[in-house]
Design a protein around this ligand. Structure first.
Ligand code: GLP
Length: 243
């Protein structure tokens, strides 16, 4: 694992943006695994800045996103499809036909999930998977559980995740109770994994994921086993580690 210490959120975003930009520049037709949540928004802003400065070309980039809420259409303003357009895709020269996100409205969840893993495989896997992390250590929507779940699947969100994500919805009741998520295979097959984490409310999860046992009770702990895992974290998120 590579740990990159950042001063604050802005610094996390600049450092992560530089890493992703270098992947795109070295391989213009790379496949990026992308994430939602507030953590990567600054990273996406950095990528947009570089694109506007003429330093980045997304025309051949392909993407696969981690997850989507069950029941939300791609035009719902809290769907992850909308989030990605709003925070990245609409602001760069990416071909949105090359941007993949599980459909929240599928009538056949099993087929949709199986097709998603086939799609990842058919793209040759991801060159880099960007991740945030939930305060309970979840990655994508792989929630703490009794076992790691490899395939893309439908999950019931935990109360703590519903609480954590309620800030984006009008009321807690509006937060979907289920989501489709790439599984641990989809994340771990990436050639590189880049996690961005900031803030005190992630410090416990950072400590458990990095220094605790590899356990499905802390899904991010599986990243200890990834051969090319980089964590970019700010001082607050690292505050419980003995560094
Ligand atoms: C959601 C997403 C995760 C994300 C997490 C943390 O649950 N499914 O991919 O990592 O939120 O969000 P935030 O970055 O807003 O703390």
């Amino acid at each position: 694992m590579r740990l990159i210490r950042a001063k604050n959120y802005e610094d996390v975003s600049v450092k992560a943006g530089n890493i992703i930009a270098s992947v795109i520049n070295l391989k213009p037709d790379c496949v990026l695994g992308l994430a939602t949540g507030s953590s990567p928004i600054g990273t996406y802003k950095e990528l947009i800045k570089k694109y506007e400065a003429g330093e980045l070309d997304f025309s051949k980039v392909k993407t696969v996103n981690l997850d989507e809420y069950v029941g939300l259409s791609k035009d719902h303003d809290q769907s992850y499809a909308y989030f990605m357009r709003n925070n990245l895709f609409d602001h760069v020269n990416i071909d949105q036909n090359n941007c993949n996100i599980p459909s929240g409205l599928t009538n056949d969840p099993e087929a949709e999930c199986a097709a998603y893993d086939k799609l990842i495989a058919s793209l040759g896997g991801t060159d880099l998977q960007l991740l945030g992390m939930g305060p309970n250590g979840h990655i994508g929507f792989n929630e703490p559980d009794e076992a790691f779940f490899p395939a893309t699947h439908c999950v019931k969100l935990t109360d703590s995740t519903i609480d954590a994500n309620a800030r984006f919805f009008a009321t807690r009741d509006d937060v979907p109770k289920q989501a489709y998520t790439m599984g641990i295979w989809g994340i771990m097959q990436a050639k590189r994994v880049l996690m961005v984490v900031n803030g005190k409310n992630k410090a416990e999860a950072v400590k458990a994921a990095l220094t605790g046992p590899v356990t499905p009770k802390v899904p991010a702990s599986i990243l200890q086993l990834h051969p090319d895992f980089t964590l970019v974290a700010d001082e607050e998120a690292l505050s419980l580690l003995d560094l």
